[in-house]
Design a protein around this ligand. Structure first.
Ligand SMILES: Cc1cc2nc3c(=O)[nH]c(=O)nc-3n(C[C@H](O)[C@H](O)[C@H](O)COP(=O)(O)OP(=O)(O)OC[C@H]3O[C@@H](n4cnc5c(N)ncnc54)[C@H](O)[C@@H]3O)c2cc1C
Length: 241
């Protein structure tokens, strides 16, 4: 895997948003496009979202509502504990990201509901994040990707970790056991490798395909999971209080 095939989005910028409003989709008679809010980190949010020249530069609601298991934004929404606001003529409701993505290209939205807003909780102190993915060519859907969120306690041990994968199952795969085994631990290289290894062996269910076999996707989960956790831990250490 060369550097050019592994891209890290400027994901950290998204974390700083207390909320990321998406405008209600424009009526079909309008040419106005949905867009994210105009907060200071937007330029970075866009760069995180536009690693692929095919994709909209701005993170459109369609990239979440489409629920593609290989898409980045659903994984980011789950890792961040985002809440998504659905609206219809019947009213509105907030759906946690973990419940929004039901399965392959399927969300919890009812047929008459539109996704109109995404809210991201503020990150706790001493938290670091990282997002890594690997594709054979720049611009392709990734063969696999990993998002990590690490919060340290005052003593520098892991208070909470999160490890979520893309293209590792029928939707975002939240490796809760792997992340859970890091809680209370010193984040040594061995501990991070063990957690990523557990996720790769026991928690993901990659579908395989012409670009990557299931075995290779598990290998990528092991490597990218470990690297993402390590990077997030480093960033948490330098994030301070
Ligand atoms: C060659 C290629 C490579 C790609 N690589 C990637 C990649 O690496 N990563 C990635 O994430 N994506 C990738 N994509 C997907 C693409 O970039 C879009 O993100 C995806 O097709 C969604 O398109 P859209 O954002 O225009 O949404 P749309 O096409 O407008 O919508 C997608 C679906 O969501 C529904 N929808 C739209 N808005 C709402 C709403 N507000 N409420 C409810 N439902 C809604 C639509 O009805 C539709 O069913 C790739 C696409 C191609 C063709």
């Amino acid at each position: 895997m060369s550097a050019s095939t592994s891209r890290e989005g400027a994901w950290a910028a998204i974390w700083r948003h207390a909320s990321l409003p998406i405008e209600p989709a424009a009526p079909v008679t309008s040419t106005r496009r949905p867009r994210i809010g105009r907060s200071p980190g937007d330029a970075l949010v866009r760069s995180a979202s536009s690693g692929n020249s095919i994709q909209n530069v701005e993170p459109s609601p369609g990239r979440l509502a489409h629920a593609d298991p290989a898409a980045e934004l659903p994984v980011i929404a789950v890792a961040l504990d985002a809440r998504l606001r659905a609206q219809s003529v019947r009213g509105e409701r907030w759906i946690p990201a973990a419940e929004f993505f039901v399965s392959l290209f399927t969300t919890a939205l009812e047929p008459d509901e539109m996704l109109v807003e995404v809210a991201l909780p503020a990150l706790p102190a001493r938290t670091g994040t990282a997002f890594l993915e690997a594709a054979r060519r720049h611009g392709d859907y990734a063969m696999l990707g990993a998002a990590a969120v690490v919060t340290l306690d005052a003593a520098g041990r892991c208070e909470r970790a999160r490890l979520v994968f893309l293209n590792a199952g029928e939707g975002p795969v939240d490796a809760r056991q792997a992340a859970g085994q890091l809680a209370g631990q010193a984040l040594t290289a061995e501990a991070l490798a063990a957690a990523a290894g557990h996720a790769a062996e026991h928690e993901i269910s990659p579908l395989g395909g012409v670009h990557a076999s299931v075995d290779y996707q598990r290998h990528l989960a092991r490597v990218l999971g470990r690297r993402a956790l390590s990077l997030a831990a480093d960033r948490a250490r330098s994030a301070g209080h």
